[in-house]
Ligand binder design. Structure first.
Ligand SMILES: C[S@@+](CC[C@H](N)C(=O)[O-])C[C@H]1O[C@@H](n2cnc3c(N)ncnc32)[C@H](O)[C@@H]1O
Length: 334
């Protein structure tokens, strides 16, 4: 276990002697983990004793997952879907084009391309809804009752994504707002910047929504915690509950140098989510769109088991390279 894992894995000592239900929950975690680690024939990296990354399309993997085998999902999917489709993904790898564009620079710093979600057609928005409905159904089956989902989105498309989760049977429990300046929006009218110098075509985006959902369960939260270890969120401390606004600036170097994924999420933010997602620190986290493994590294850092999948060979390889360095990074502030 890493030093951070040792610090964060604070389960039984809080409550003194371990009750029988807690022992049983830990045994269930062990047996689910033994099954999941080697499930299916896809290529995989066992990144650590408690982390596995499988190279797989999300639908194939969710279809294979046993019911009630996952305790929380923390994931950053392709927000508009098309940005990671082959055609656009190939343009991104060339530098820019398609839905990927370089944000205008105001400080001389070199910027990486970010996707433009304003270009989605009506048909693509309907497809997006269909895709997230299928993902949500798959996750609903795999999660234990009371299991939470944290799913990232973007203000332009989040309504569709979050609606798909609600329609599939999840309870919406709120949204976590990550306060972050992404450099999306805020531009003057194209080609007439001087003529309309005091206008912006749309607001400059300063936040990132993460939908928070929970699989329904019967009985009280306390009963569900004893039965499945889920249903609540872990507090930040005795005097501070988990909160729905988190200030967190864009991912910086050296994280971006370790894992140069175009949508890398910062460890300081991901660790807060994965820690909150397992209320008793018992259970397995799934990230079905794992990219360079930021969620998996965060779970390792807080001492939790996690399994991730992604369909892209390059990101699968990147995560293997990046995992140790990301998970052992000290958490900086801001
Ligand atoms: C927004 S990125 C996740 C980045 C990740 N949070 C990180 O910090 O590295 C979304 C990921 O979803 C993957 N993806 C897109 N379509 C997929 C599919 N059908 N099945 C599995 N993964 C998919 C992409 O390859 C991409 O890495």
């Amino acid at each position: 276990m890493s030093l951070l894992g040792t610090l964060f894995r604070d389960t039984s000592p809080i409550r003194g002697d371990e009750p029988a239900w807690e022992r049983e929950l830990k045994q269930c975690e062990e047996s689910s983990w033994a099954t999941l680690r080697n499930l299916g024939a896809q290529k995989r990296h066992h990144l650590s004793e408690r982390t596995t990354y499988v190279l797989s399309d999300v639908m194939k993997w969710l279809a294979d997952l046993p019911a009630n085998s996952i305790h929380a999902v923390v994931t950053d999917p392709p927000y508009g879907m098309i940005e990671y489709e082959d055609k656009n993904h190939a343009k991104l790898r060339k530098g820019r084009g398609g839905v990927w564009r370089i944000p205008p620079s105001f400080d001389g710093a070199k910027r990486r391309p970010v996707p433009r979600f304003t270009v989605l057609s009506k048909e693509e928005i309907v497809n997006l809804h269909g895709f997230f409905s299928s993902v949500a159904y798959g996750i609903l089956k795999a999660l234990v009752p009371g299991g939470h989902v944290f799913v990232a989105s973007n203000p332009l498309v989040s309504t569709m994504t979050f609606h798909a989760f609600m329609e599939s049977g999840f309870e919406k429990r709120g949204e976590v707002i990550r306060l972050v300046q992404t450099l999306r929006g805020g531009d003057r009218p194209k080609g007439a910047e001087e003529e309309f110098s005091d206008l912006s075509v749309m607001p400059r985006s300063c936040w990132e929504p993460w939908g928070v959902f929970r699989k329904p369960f019967e009985g009280t939260v306390a009963e569900n915690l004893r039965a499945w270890g889920t249903g609540a969120l872990r507090r930040i401390s005795d005097v501070e509950p988990f909160k729905d606004v988190i200030q967190c600036s864009p991912t910086r170097s050296p994280e971006k140098d370790i894992a140069p994924h175009p949508s890398l999420k910062p460890q300081r933010f991901m660790r807060k989510l994965v820690r909150a997602a397992l209320p008793l620190g018992i259970g397995i986290i799934l990230d079905p769109f794992a990219g360079s493994g930021a969620t998996l590294a965060a779970a390792e850092a807080v001492g939790s088991r996690a399994i991730g999948t992604d369909s892209d060979q390059e990101y699968f390889a990147m995560a293997k390279q990046a995992f140790r360095a990301l998970s052992s990074m000290p958490t900086e502030k801001g």
